[in-house]
Ligand binder design. Sequence first.
Ligand code: PLP
Length: 229
Amino acid sequence: MLKANLCGIRERIASVCSKINREPESITIVAVCKNRTVEEIREAIAVGITDIGENKVQEAIAKYNKLSAVSCQLSASKWHMVGHLQSNKVKQAVKIFDLIHSVDSLKLAEGINRQAESFAKVQDILLEVNTSGEASKYGLRPQETIGVIKGLAGFKNLNIKGLMTIAPIVDNPEDARPYFKSLRELRDKINNLRLITYDLQLSMGMSDDFEAAIEEGADIVRLGRAIFE
Ligand SMILES: *Cc1c(COP(=O)(O)O)cnc(C)c1O
């Protein structure tokens, strides 16, 4: 089932990419494994998943350790922290995650930088932006994002890879599109200011709306149910 799901997802990504002239291989699929078992993650890796997403540090560490013990494929996979990161979990997060999607304050970034320095690591991060303005969501306000990027300029152990957003839950995926578009526009604005010398990536789109997200410029989609259910 997992294999068929993934095949179906890849076909849908290829079909969107052909419309917008992008290579399907340029889209990273992060399999969001919260609430999935270690066996399910192993199965996902076996059918070609290379990027594992978790939203709780504790749960991620437990699974990571179990997988390290049993799977020689683990070293090939990249781990993504997609959930809110509490400052008291930073140390453990920096230990295992290749990319932290949820950096939403200068203070958190500072903590990650300090921890990464002590591990002699350069930590890849995304800045989470609350594009919908919903009070229930974490993330920087769009208008404060550029200030935060400027504030991070001196942080030698952080590498800002891009921006992330979580669109509101809507019945029609088209209704999520404006939030994806606004993240892309913010990215373009940052690029135009030449604050960063490379193109920032966009992490946006989940099981119900990843096609709209890719059309609006997503580089990374975060898929849970579409893969596992
Ligand atoms: C759970 C989760 C996802 C995946 O959600 P699905 O709707 O199951 O695809 C993506 N991103 C974040 C931040 C999540 O918490």
